[in-house]
Design a binder for this molecule. Structure first.
Ligand SMILES: [Zn+2]
Length: 203
C-alpha cells in the first residue's frame, strides 16, 4: 500500500477552510499508555460552520482547526460507494455562511479520523524531536520540531484509509485508495503528497 499526507493548506485551486460557530467540544482522544491528550477536543452537535473558499470555489474537503474535516455530499457518496474506512462522525453540518457569498455549495458533513494501530517506522523516517519522550506509544514529553519525510510501518497498518499515524500526530495520512477515489470522482481539494516527501516544521 502507498501512503500520502492529506495537505490542509496546499494552495490548490479549491482550497477551503471552515470555522465552527459557537462550537461545543468534548475531550478528544487520549493516549492509552500515558493518558496524554492526543487530539484537539472533539466538536459535537449542534454543528454549524462558516466556509471560506480561498481559490476558485469550494472544495470537496474543508479543513478547520485541528484534524477535523468537512466533506461534501459528493465526497461522502464516493467514500461510501468505494467502501473506504477510517472516517467517522459523518454528521451533517449546517453551513451558515459562505465566503465569498457567490460560491455555490452543497451539503457538508463532519468527518473525524482516528489513530487506529498504524505506526511510523522510525528507522525510515526523519522526525526530529526536542526533549526526551517518556511514552513509547505516543512519544509524549518531547515535541516534534521537524519532519522531513516518513514511512508507514506496513505490518502495523490497521486497514483505515484515512488515519492519524502513531509517531507524528500532526497530520492525516491517506492510502492510495483515497487517491484513486479522488481521481475517479474528480474530487477537489484532496491534495496528497507521498509521506516520504512530506516536510513540516514547527511554526
Ligand atoms: Zn503516551
Amino acid at each position: 500500500m502507498k501512503y500520502f499526507v492529506l495537505l490542509n493548506s496546499s494552495g490548490s485551486s479549491h482550497e477551503t477552510a471552515f470555522v465552527p460557530l459557537e462550537p461545543q467540544f468534548k475531550e478528544g482522544l487520549t493516549c492509552p499508555a500515558c493518558g496524554r491528550a492526543l487530539t484537539e477536543k472533539e466538536w459535537i452537535p449542534p454543528l454549524r460552520a462558516e466556509l471560506f473558499a480561498r481559490g476558485e470555489g469550494l472544495g470537496d474537503v474543508a479543513f478547520g482547526p485541528g484534524l477535523d474535516l468537512l466533506v461534501s455530499e459528493r465526497f461522502l457518496e464516493a467514500w461510501r460507494a468505494e467502501k473506504l474506512s477510517g472516517l467517522h462522525g459523518l454528521k451533517e453540518v449546517e453551513i451558515r455562511k459562505v465566503h465569498p457569498e457567490s460560491a455555490a455549495h452543497s451539503r457538508y458533513h463532519l468527518a473525524l479520523a482516528g489513530y487506529g494501530m498504524t505506526q511510523i517506522d522510525p528507522k525510515r523516517s526523519r522526525v526530529v524531536r526536542e526533549g526526551e519522550s517518556d511514552c513509547l506509544q505516543c512519544m509524549g514529553g518531547a515535541e516534534v520540531t521537524l519532519v522531513e519525510g516518513f514511512t508507514i510501518d506496513e505490518p502495523t497498518w490497521s486497514g483505515e484509509d484515512v488515519f492519524v499515524p502513531w509517531g507524528f500526530g500532526g497530520c492525516l495520512v491517506a492510502t492510495e485508495r483515497v487517491l484513486a477515489m479522488r481521481d475517479k470522482y474528480g474530487l477537489s481539494n484532496v491534495t496528497l503528497v507521498p509521506t516520504e516527501a512530506f516536510v513540516w516544521t514547527r511554526a
